[in-house]
Design a protein around this ligand. Structure first.
Ligand code: TMP
Length: 216
């Protein structure tokens, strides 16, 4: 089986991590070799960068913030993602470069084409097979995230920032936007409201359609 890269994306509190775990279990039941990874983090340097980026503290200038996410990404792709794909595994990634388009281009206002070029440098041009974009109104997502404990640096950002992130994710669901951004691959929006089981089913349908071989 060819390696496949499946990404879960979305704003704060949309339930990505829960859904990724359920997807991994389901793929495992189909006998598929799965590797679960998340951004930022997943390597020794990436874990330190994650800590630096998420710890509440003085603002990090947007370009510096972007490059820190990308440094973590470059390490993860080189050390884990590409080797796992080469072994024919399914890599499930909790966020990838679409988050930089949403948070640093959309949210912070950096030029999207510059973010795109820097991402290409960080990943060596790796394109996901499919990105499942979990969608939920900002207020519901932030309320869910708040139940997880102390807010991290990004969650603490002003409401306008999160609204701009949501608007950006909304744009990425548009087939016209995707046609002009082939570096992002296929992006499929999935409503994240409803029970965990209902959302799991929606996510599964998207992944099984994009990667039919996972159904055995
Ligand atoms: P999370 O994966 O636990 O949600 O935390 C990661 C946070 O970092 C989340 O607020 C989204 C943010 N982020 C960016 O701002 N840019 C990026 O490129 C990535 C991968 C994450």
């Amino acid at each position: 089986m060819p390696g496949r890269l499946v990404v879960l994306e979305g704003g704060e509190g949309v339930g990505k991590t829960t859904q990724l775990e359920r997807l991994a279990l389901r793929l495992g039941r189909h006998g598929v070799q799965v590797r679960m990874l998340r951004e930022p983090g997943g390597t020794p340097v990436g874990d330190e960068i994650r800590e630096l980026l998420l710890r509440p503290g003085p603002p990090i200038p947007p370009r510096a913030e972007s490059l820190l996410f990308m440094a973590s990404r470059a390490a993860l792709v080189g050390e884990h993602v590409r080797p796992a794909l080469a072994r024919g595994e399914i890599v499930l990634l909790d966020r990838f470069f679409l988050s930089t388009y949403a948070y640093q281009a959309g949210g912070r206002g950096l030029p999207e084409d510059e973010v795109r070029d820097a991402n290409a440098f960080a990943t060596g041009g790796l394109v996901p097979d499919v990105t499942v974009l979990l969608t939920l109104p900002v207020a519901s997502g932030l309320a869910r995230a708040a139940t997880r404990g102390a807010a991290d640096r990004l969650e603490q950002a002003e409401r306008g920032f999160h609204d701009r992130v949501e608007a950006a994710f909304h744009r990425f669901a548009d087939p016209a936007w995707q046609a002009s951004h082939p570096e992002c691959g296929l992006i499929v929006p999935v409503a994240a409201d409803g029970s965990v089981e209902v959302v799991e089913e929606r996510v599964w349908r998207v992944v099984a359609t994009a990667c039919p071989e996972v159904q055995g």
